[in-house]
Write a protein that binds this ligand. Structure first.
Ligand code: SAM
Length: 244
């Protein structure tokens, strides 16, 4: 899969993409990056990419022409990608969107800066995506968030495919609690079932704990969760354990 990024600050991507999971995915030939400086597509001597807003007001707005030309360049060399504009006004990014994007051959992430982009850029992109209800200084960190989450969903990227299946959100629940050595630290002990070696008991315990965590930490997720018969039984057990 190709990730193309259109940005005014390509240096932001230098180090994060060269570490850990994204680096391994590049080394395995599963993804590659094409970080494009929008400024290279400005047509004046000063390489101007922003201008004052029509109608007045604070700050500067990113101009449409350099972005349009950068897109033309991308399409000439690699065909038309799926264009995603990072914006606090977009639909909130979630795991299902990451899974959907992971099926694309070529994704182009468009990063805004300053007061944002000329509204007409919206006509050039396929989707507008936000990483949360707060305003950041630019779309580069949101683009890195998308790249990381999407890369994890590409088959072959994570060593153990089960780890993405068990992870929070993938089955509609938060992930069960995890422990590692030592089995006792101060007065905090690892739940004995995890040391029992009984795989069926461990599976059931994890499912119940995942349900419990979701009910207590993210009850909103339970409204969208489709339980199996076993899950219904476990939900009842969790509810019965709540002290009055
Ligand atoms: N004036 C804009 C508004 O109020 O909607 C905010 C502009 S923001 C300072 C500059 C750029 O950062 C945006 O164009 C967008 O690309 C990016 N950005 C900021 N917050 C974001 C968020 N929560 N999710 C995705 N992108 C964001």
């Amino acid at each position: 899969m190709i990730f193309t990024v259109l940005t005014l600050f390509p240096g932001i991507f230098d180090s994060p993409l060269k570490e850990s999971i994204t680096k391994k995915a590049v080394d395995k030939g599963l993804i590659n990056f094409n970080i494009i400086n929008i400024r290279d597509f400005a047509d004046d001597a000063h390489k101007t990419c922003d201008d004052a807003p029509y109608g007045g007001g604070p700050g500067m707005v990113m101009k449409i022409e350099p972005i349009y030309r950068a897109m033309e360049y991308v399409e000439k060399s690699a065909g038309r990608p799926r264009y995603v504009l990072l914006s606090p006004q977009g639909r909130i990014f979630d795991e299902n969107t990451a899974i959907r994007y992971a099926r694309s051959k070529h994704l182009c992430l468009v990063c805004g800066r300053y007061e944002g982009l000329d509204e007409r850029v919206l006509n050039l992109v396929d989707e507008e995506v936000s990483i949360g209800d707060y305003v950041l200084s630019g779309g580069e960190i949101p683009a890195l968030v998308l790249i990381d989450a999407i890369t994890r969903c590409i088959p072959g990227v994570l060593g153990n495919e089960q780890s993405s299946i068990d992870e929070s959100f993938s089955g509609g629940l938060l992930e069960y609690p995890q422990y590692t050595r030592p089995d006792a630290f101060m007065d905090m002990e690892v739940p004995p079932v995890l040391l029992s070696g009984n795989h069926e008991e461990i599976r059931k315990w994890r499912r119940k704990e995942a349900i419990k965590k979701t009910i207590f930490k993210r009850p909103d997720l339970m409204n969208r969760f489709t339980p199996t018969d076993e899950d219904r039984k476990l939900i009842r057990e969790v509810m019965e354990e709540i002290p009055e």
